[in-house]
Unconditional design. Structure first.
Length: 247
């Protein structure tokens, strides 16, 4: 039997005040997801004009959400990929770094391409001391280094350092910054990367950034976010890279 549409819900599931026990005994996760989508996020998107009807809808939505959370209670070390041609990939990974450090855990960051300059985040995060190990092992973009053999050597050095952290159970999060670019340039083999991911203890997370993530990595990942470029001040307005925005 099909679930009621959002317009039908006030006359069906939302029409009465429901206790948590009134929800289906053991709906599968997909059914809960569908019901949550049908109930909607609320606000002006809800069809009810009256406060009582809206309250009932949101009370049901809360019940469904609690059951969704209850159904999903596993923990595991995640593979998180931030890719795409838009800005924000490293920034997203750094948000995870700050969050993990805030929980008192240890983090390692290995930068594969960047390294010809010290970014503001590296200086700001120095206050966490030994809880954060930061390695900028590249020497800049290819048009700056102009030496493929040395670039390859530095990437392989960065990869060896990365593997030591990936296998270290004391590091809750490992960030491999711009590793996708190292793959694309041919300085690191995809097989090396996929094998290295298997070194992790069960609860160690790894975040991989850089445009052009290969399909095999996308399929291996638990979470993939693709940043999409819509506007950029460098291309459209001639605005240079600025402290606090790009570095």
């Amino acid at each position: 039997m099909a679930s009621p549409s959002p317009g039908d819900l006030p006359a069906a599931a939302v029409a009465a005040d429901l206790a948590p026990g009134d929800l289906p005994a053991a709906p599968v996760a997909a059914e809960l997801d569908q019901l949550a989508a049908e109930l909607g996020p609320g606000g002006v998107l809800a069809p009810e004009a009256d406060q009582e009807g809206y309250r009932r809808r949101m009370a049901r939505r809360q019940q469904v959400q609690q059951q969704r959370v209850g159904e999903r209670n596993r923990e595991k070390g995640l593979v998180l990929v931030f890719t795409g041609d838009g800005k924000g990939k490293t920034t997203a990974a750094l948000g995870l770094v700050l969050r993990t450090l805030g929980h008192g855990e240890q983090v390692a960051v290995v930068q594969f391409i960047k390294g010809g300059w010290q970014p503001g985040e590296a200086r700001a995060l120095e206050l966490f001391g030994d809880a954060l190990h930061w390695h900028a092992l590249g020497e800049g973009f290819t048009w700056q280094t102009q030496d493929r053999q040395r670039d390859r050597m530095l990437v392989q050095e960065a990869w060896r350092q990365s593997c030591s952290y990936l296998a270290d159970a004391t590091r809750k999060l490992v960030v491999l910054d711009e590793v996708n670019v190292a793959l694309k340039l041919g300085y690191l083999e995809l097989e090396q990367l996929l094998e290295g991911l298997e070194l992790r203890p069960p609860l160690t997370h790894v975040a991989l950034t850089g445009r052009g993530a290969p399909e095999a990595l996308v399929q291996r990942a638990d979470l993939v976010t693709e940043m999409k470029l819509l506007r950029h001040p460098f291309r459209e307005q001639g605005v240079k890279a600025q402290a606090g925005i790009e570095f």
